[in-house]
Design a binder for this molecule. Structure first.
Ligand SMILES: [Zn+2]
Length: 425
């Protein structure tokens, strides 16, 4: 009676069960192998070395009880490999291994460190092959540095519970990381020579996309949460390679903590926001133009705060922020405009009431006098009835009201500008 797991996984050569287990040596649980880890690994290598080169080497569903290192074939024979549904309880090392056409690691559990450094995944018989790690889980670190993915790469619905490193790797065919969960990831100096997709992925911590090489707009982020986007670390150089669709944007890409800890990061983020704004302008995306403009100016204000300390408010940038939210907050601008219009009315009312006291009956003469004084401060109402100033106080009042009119006119312009920015989106 052959091993039921061999039958389940469709092995072409079902194995006989080992003594004391219903499964073969490959599928038996770790404690039922009936041999040491070294002898088990030897059985695996023997199976690979003796495999018929015309078919995929099938090791699907295998339970690897301990550390194992797969050495590159000394005879330079290259094999398509199937490891789907396997479990690696120890450290697994495929460094410098060459997979030919097919490398299937679907639904695999890697409990310890997984090393795929300097691996090559090449085509088979002029057909684009497949590298697949779909639905697999890496409980420990995963190392794909300097690997060459010439085949289609499926890394969908993977869970990386620790760091994963793709530094220096090259994705030369279509690749997808969709629906995967990353803890921290490193794509430093990674090359993307084809379309690469990160649809509905989750980035729990920093994902570094610095100094990547790619074709313009070849890396796609789709339907990401604001938290995930915030964890993507990239600079102005990378903007041209990346597209974002249907994503929920965070208020800022930077965090307060980041810019407090590192002064250079402020300039770096300002440059990034400028580049993103430029890109949004080119795409006629007014909503994002406004967003990146606000982020950029906010950071410039942060820079001024750092440089000037408590005197940061003596700056045009601060005034621009305070009275119109950098031309992007019409509600704030409108509130200030209303305040500037009605503030003189409030002041005159208080002055008159302090002189006459509060009475139940409305004093029409007094009300008329207050309104007459008030309208002198509104720029759109001509000062026809303003008497020629004869005293110093009158002169000062005249100058002050004229300046106040200018203030209202400027605030009205800021309000109109912010309103236009709001409705052009
Ligand atoms: Zn079996």
């Amino acid at each position: 009676m052959p091993c039921p797991k061999c039958i389940e996984f469709g092995w072409p050569d079902p194995q006989e069960p080992v003594e004391g287990s219903e499964f073969c040596v490959f599928h038996a649980p770790a404690e039922q192998k009936g041999r040491s880890i070294d002898l088990f690994n030897l059985a695996v290598f023997t199976r690979i070395n003796e495999w018929d080169q015309s078919r995929s080497c099938d090791l699907s569903g295998t339970i690897f009880p301990g550390d194992i290192k797969f050495f590159p074939s000394k005879t330079n024979t290259l094999l398509p490999m199937k490891f789907s549904h396997s479990k690696f309880y120890g450290k697994v090392d495929f460094s410098h291994f060459t997979f030919h056409g097919v490398a299937l690691f679907d639904n695999v559990l890697f409990y310890k460190q997984a090393i795929f450094r300097n691996c090559i995944y090449i085509h088979c018989q002029d057909q684009v092959g497949t590298v697949s790690f779909n639905n697999s889980t890496f409980y420990n670190t995963a190392d794909f540095r300097q690997s060459n993915f010439d085949c289609h790469t499926n890394m969908q619905n993977i869970t990386f519970k620790a760091d994963v490193d793709f530094g220096g790797a090259s994705f030369n065919a279509w690749a997808s990381f969709s629906s995967s969960h990353f803890f921290t990831a490193n794509f430093l100096e990674t090359t993307f020579n084809n379309q690469t997709y990160f649809n509905i992925v989750e980035f729990i911590h920093e994902i570094k996309f610095y100094t990547i090489h790619a074709h313009p707009e070849s890396i796609h982020f789709y339907n990401l949460s604001s938290e995930s986007i915030k964890n993507i670390k990239f600079r102005s150089n990378e903007v041209k390679y990346i597209t974002f669709s249907c994503c929920t944007w965070p208020e800022f890409l930077h965090t307060q903590h980041e810019i407090e800890c590192d002064d250079k990061l402020i300039d770096q983020y300002i440059e990034l926001y400028c580049c993103l704004k430029q890109s949004a302008v080119a795409a006629h995306d007014q909503y994002m133009v406004s967003k990146w403009h606000f982020c950029e100016k906010s950071l410039r204000l942060e820079k001024i705060k750092k440089e000037r300390g408590v005197y940061y408010f003596i700056s045009i940038t601060w005034l621009y922020s305070m009275f119109s939210g950098f031309g992007e907050r019409p509600f704030r601008a409108g509130i200030w405009l209303t305040f500037f219009i009605f503030f003189p009315l409030l002041i005159y009312s208080i002055i008159y009431l302090s002189h006459t006291g509060i009475s139940d009956a409305l004093n029409y003469t007094m009300a008329s006098s207050i309104i007459n004084k008030w309208i002198q401060f509104i720029p759109i109402i001509k000062q026809i009835h303003w008497p020629a100033p004869t005293t110093l106080i009158d002169s000062l009042q005249f100058v002050f009201s004229s300046l106040w009119q200018l203030l209202i006119a400027i605030q009205a312009a800021l309000f109109g500008f912010a309103l236009r920015n709001k409705f052009r989106r």
